[in-house]
Design a protein around this ligand. Sequence first.
Ligand code: FES
Length: 161
Amino acid sequence: MPSEELTSVEEIDVSAARRIAAGHRAQGNSLVTVLQDVQTEYGYLSPEVLEVVAQEMDVPFSQAYGLATFYSSFSLQPRGKHHVCVCMGTACHVRGAANILEKLERDLGIKTGQTSDDLQHSLESVNCLGACALGPVVVVNDTYHGKVTSRDVDKILGDLD
Ligand code: FES
């Protein structure tokens, strides 16, 4: 069963977040920039890390948390080694994206928004990936797959290491 509480049982070393935030603060960079770099470092933004960023940037925790939840590029959950993103925007939806998403949920054994216990896979849906002519679109990490069919899903998942 997928877990959404991994962050609560892990000890997280926040020293990298402190270093990144302090460096950006010294350069006068924005909070969004800090969060981007911190997410790159950790793969996601845990509450512990957001707290440290807020301290170092001298802003309320609510401000850091608010930004982290506002932008879809930020994740508050650990993402899988293979992060699968399905476009559910209008152009993809009318071409069967819902069926693709349902198949991915079945095949991966996780619901949209979840990460597998072994941290191999995570699944999310978004509203538009900017490649509407290629719908339905599925992105695995940074690789785009266009005009995806159910059969393509088998191949896409089969090719993952
Ligand atoms: S609606 Fe899917 S890429 Fe735009």
